[in-house]
Design a protein around this ligand. Structure first.
Ligand code: GLY
Length: 379
């Protein structure tokens, strides 16, 4: 018997919606999407990998409710999240005669969710869309909160819109189709929630993380629900990131510089960069006397227990020096009036936003992390 579906409400007034979390939700998608439809027809955009795994199940689920489906499968991978596939998606939606009152469905990971959400935001000045996230990263982060967009040659996510979905269906059964590496990359974002605002949840992850990674369904639902709950609460407070929403970027200032330095390649997946970035944010916090020296070690111990990347030494290939990494941080969207904004922590579960990080301390933390890459490893 499958477990009950958990529902997290994202309380945004006229743009409020539910995130439903549970097993087998793709197979139940027809009944759940039907109440949102003005006519029994949806346009689904996915990628080729996800299509092979889940599109037939979604089509059957929709057909059982008498909903017709038309689908476009874009190439899988981050390179899809640019102008050319975006234009292809929008033009396909127009060719399919998607109308203002119709619903577009984004079936896939973060790339598909962000791109299709942005297409829905601009199509006929805005149509509704439903997120059906299939990666852990998309279930706990990118499908919730309405950030949509694409990458440009100047950087990631520099073009986009806030456009909230009408419904999010996070089918945790889909997580069993992920590679271990992709699953753990998404888990980097789960750890982030514990670190930024819920020490008890971090403790729960320390105990239950290994079982969760090994496939424990109840643990997976709990971790996704708690992550989404925290995100929903922050987004409801600060939808357009004027303040507190920046907390969700714990680890991301370092991560974005590392992703740029590794060419957005599979040397470093986004969630891996987030995990390393969280460890560095705790190093920086400890160095500034904000938290004890034990806290960064505890963060790393959990990442190590999960078999995750946690240090610059875990990134294969060359990295630039600290000066270049700091320059790359300057390209981040979080720069305000030329000042870098960091999410630091007074302890596990106690993050805050600041633009007061002395440049020399930042450089020291990065120099030490880079030096550890070349140090001979202990037996
Ligand atoms: N991924 C960060 C945010 O949604 O604000």
């Amino acid at each position: 018997m499958s477990r009950p579906v958990e529902i997290v409400h994202v309380d945004l007034g006229t743009r409020a919606y539910d995130v439903e979390i549970g097993e087998g939700l793709i197979e139940a998608a027809g009944a759940r999407i039907a109440p949102h439809l003005a006519r029994p027809r949806v346009a689904v955009v996915t990628d080729a990998n996800v299509a092979a795994l889940h599109l037939d199940a979604l089509q059957d689920a929709l057909a059982r409710e008498g909903i017709a489906m038309t689908a476009l499968a874009l190439p899988a991978g981050e390179a899809t999240k640019g102008w050319s596939e975006f234009a292809r998606c929008v033009e396909w939606l127009l060719a399919e005669q998607v109308e203002r009152r119709d619903v577009v469905v984004a079936l896939g990971g973060g790339v598909i969710g962000d791109l299709v959400g942005f297409a829905a935001a601009v199509l006929r000045r805005g149509v509704r869309f439903v997120q059906v996230p299939t990666s852990l990263l998309a279930q706990v982060d990118s499908s919730v909160g309405g950030k949509t967009g694409i990458n440009t040659p100047q950087g990631k996510n520099l073009v986009g819109a806030f456009h909230q979905p009408s419904l999010v269906l996070a089918d945790t059964s889909a997580l069993s189709t992920l590679t271990a590496r992709d699953f753990l990359a998404g888990y980097g974002e789960v750890v982030k929630y514990g670190l930024l605002g819920d020490a008890e949840f971090f403790g729960w992850l320390e105990t239950n993380g290994p079982a969760l990674a090994a496939g424990d369904g109840a643990a997976r639902i709990h971790a996704v629900r708690r992550s989404v709950e925290m995100k929903a609460e922050i987004v409801a407070r600060d939808e357009t990131e004027q303040g507190d929403r920046a907390l969700l970027n714990l680890g991301h200032t370092f991560c974005h510089a590392l992703e740029a330095a590794t060419g957005y390649s599979d040397r470093l997946l986004h969630g891996e960069g987030v995990a390393i970035g969280c460890a560095l944010a705790f190093d920086l916090s400890a160095r500034l006397g904000l938290c004890s020296q034990e806290e960064p070690s505890r963060v790393r111990a959990h990442l190590a227990a999960m078999g995750m990347k946690r240090d610059l030494a875990d990134i294969p290939g060359n990295l630039p020096d600290s000066g270049r990494l700091i320059d790359l941080m300057g390209q981040d969207k979080k720069v305000v009036d030329g000042r870098l904004r960091f999410i630091l922590a007074r302890g596990i579960g106690a993050a805050f936003v600041t633009d007061e990080v002395p440049a020399d301390v930042l450089k020291t933390v990065l120099d030490e992390a880079l030096a550890a890459r070349s140090a001979p490893s202990l037996p």
